[in-house]
Every structure is written in C-alpha cells, then in structure tokens.
Ligand binder design. Structure first.
Ligand code: SF4
Length: 193
C-alpha cells in the first residue's frame, strides 16, 4: 500500500494522541534531540539581516577554530534573551541557516561592465579603486553650488547611498559623515544594529 502525505500526517497526529493517552510525554525526547544538535557548539549572538524588526539570533558553530579547522554553522535560532523577539523568528529569519550555507552565496566582489551581459570577478583592491574614481568623477560632474535662486546649497545630486540592513550603527555613522562631506543628499540606512 502506498502511503500519502495525508496518511502520514494522520498517523503522526494519532501517534501523538496515543502517546498522550498512554501517558508518554514526548517533550523530553524533542528537547533532547535539540540538545544533541547543539551540544559542543559555540554560540554567537547576532541580528537577523532581513528586515527592520532586527530580531536577535544565536548562531551555533561547531569546530574550535584550531589550526586546519574551519568552524561550521550547524544551527541558527531565535535569541530567548533578546528584548525584541524573545526567541521567536518569522519564517524568513528561521531560514537564516540556509542563507549562511548556501553554495550560491557570493563571497567576493563582481562587476558587470556597461553594455555587458555577464558578471566578472574583480579583486577588492581594484573594486575599491574603481568605485573611488567613479565617485570622484560623478561628484565633479554633478556638484551643485547654488540653486536656481542663487542660494548656496553645495550638494551632490548625482550620488545616492543605500545602506544594508546588517550595517552597524558605527558603520552608518561613518557613512553619514563621509556622504555628507561629499554633499550627498540622497542617503538612507537602517541604523539599528
Ligand atoms: S526574523 Fe523576520 S521579523 Fe525578525 S528581523 Fe528577521 S525577517 Fe524581520
């Protein structure tokens, strides 16, 4: 006989009811399986990067980071001590583990040249150098000293900055100082981490 998904769910539910009726308490079993998963892991507290709610998470890694040992993330869960989420995570936050271990995750910079249909690898040094040159040229080309009524405004209208949600307050402080010193007006971030 072929069991359907519905049959399986029904059987699971009946199993749970039977266990309760017969006096079995499955809670310790579930708790122990979770305990085994995170036994011997290192806990790192962090913040979910997906939205401005900024829920606290605990990232569990295995491996003592000794020579030749690369620490491996094995579990991510909500931080019960965090005042915002108190241990809960929405489905997006609960999938963080898959984000961290995704083999399609970019770990190096890439560039798509004007008119090109593909991305190329670029070194960090070259990327930073190219960005610096483009910022300088764009600012030179678009800087506005006075508005149409002759008032001094000294602003750069050709550059916008959008900060990522995992940027820390300290990083955002430096970004604001840097962008304002360039005269950039279009500036946004999620200064909250
Ligand atoms: S867990 Fe969900 S609600 Fe919390 S910060 Fe992440 S995406 Fe936002």
């Amino acid at each position: 006989m072929q069991a359907t998904r519905r049959d399986f769910l029904k059987a699971s539910t009946l199993g749970g009811v039977a266990a309760t009726v017969l006096g079995f308490d499955l809670a310790p079993v579930y708790a122990q399986s979770k305990e085994l998963k995170i036994a011997r892991t290192t806990e790192t507290r962090s913040t979910c990067p997906y939205c401005a709610v900024s829920c606290g998470v605990i990232i569990h890694t295995l491996g003592d980071k000794a020579k030749n040992v690369t620490a491996q993330v094995v579990h991510v869960e909500g931080d019960p001590d965090h005042p915002i989420n108190r241990g809960t995570l929405c489905p997006k936050g609960a999938s963080l583990y898959q984000d961290i271990l995704n083999d399609r995750r970019l770990l190096k910079p890439e560039v798509r040249r004007p008119g090109s249909d593909h991305w190329e690898d670029i070194s960090w040094e070259k990327a930073i150098d190219e960005i610096a040159h483009k910022v300088k040229k764009t600012r030179d080309d678009t800087f506005v000293e006075t508005d149409d009524q002759g008032r001094t405004v000294n602003r750069c209208e050709g550059i916008g900055f959008n900060g990522g949600c995992t940027d820390t307050n300290e990083f955002n402080y430096l970004v604001v100082k840097t962008m304002r010193s360039l005269g950039v007006c279009y500036l946004e971030n999620q200064a909250r981490v």
